[in-house]
Design a protein around this ligand. Structure first.
Ligand code: FES
Length: 174
């Protein structure tokens, strides 16, 4: 009787998908999740660093950055300062308090809609902090902006209460 000899006996082993044990599968899944978490933490870290002051503490004068680093039309959240620094289209600066004048929740900047939104009762404010709703009939408070040796600083000693936004609330370097 003739026996058929396979010319490539390892072929089948190579072409068949390797059986993955439950332990291997869990190990691979955990590694993948760990990698994903590391990427997310890294991205969050970058955003966090980008939105922190470079000197001072809330309640005093805080240094935010070099004047030329700010893009006209941009809004930067300064997390440790509790304010948003707005660089206006004509290169002025306005620092608005993050605290909602209604009941004190932290307002969020909505980049796509170019407005501030309070998540607690949905009050909205314009890019300069003016009220845009019937719930809160006054603008977001603001802090004085100071220019010192090419740096933008914000005096967070005491927020300034205002009814409406006025052009004189914007400060210009030089
Ligand atoms: S606390 Fe902001 S709308 Fe009520």
């Amino acid at each position: 009787m003739k026996t058929k000899i396979d010319p490539n006996p390892e072929k089948d082993e190579l072409s068949l998908p390797k059986k993955v044990s439950r332990r291997d599968f869990l190990g691979i899944s955990l590694k993948a999740l760990g990698g994903l978490a590391a990427v997310e933490l890294g991205a969050a870290g970058i955003l966090f660093l980008r939105s922190r002051s470079i000197g001072g503490e809330f309640g005093g004068i805080m240094t935010v950055g070099k004047i030329e680093e700010f893009t006209p039309g941009s809004v930067m959240e300064v997390d440790d300062g509790n304010f948003y620094l707005i660089c206006t289209e004509d290169s002025g600066f306005l620092a608005v308090y993050r605290r909602c004048p209604h009941l004190g929740c932290t307002v969020r900047w909505m980049e796509n809609e170019q407005k501030f939104l309070c998540p607690c009762h949905s009050a909205t404010f314009t890019k300069t902090g003016d009220f845009n709703n019937k719930l809160v009939a006054r603008a977001l408070d603001y802090f004085p902006v100071i220019f010192d040796k090419g740096m933008v600083k914000v005096d967070t000693t005491a927020p300034i209460v205002r009814e409406n936004h006025l052009p004189e609330h914007v400060s210009y370097p030089g």
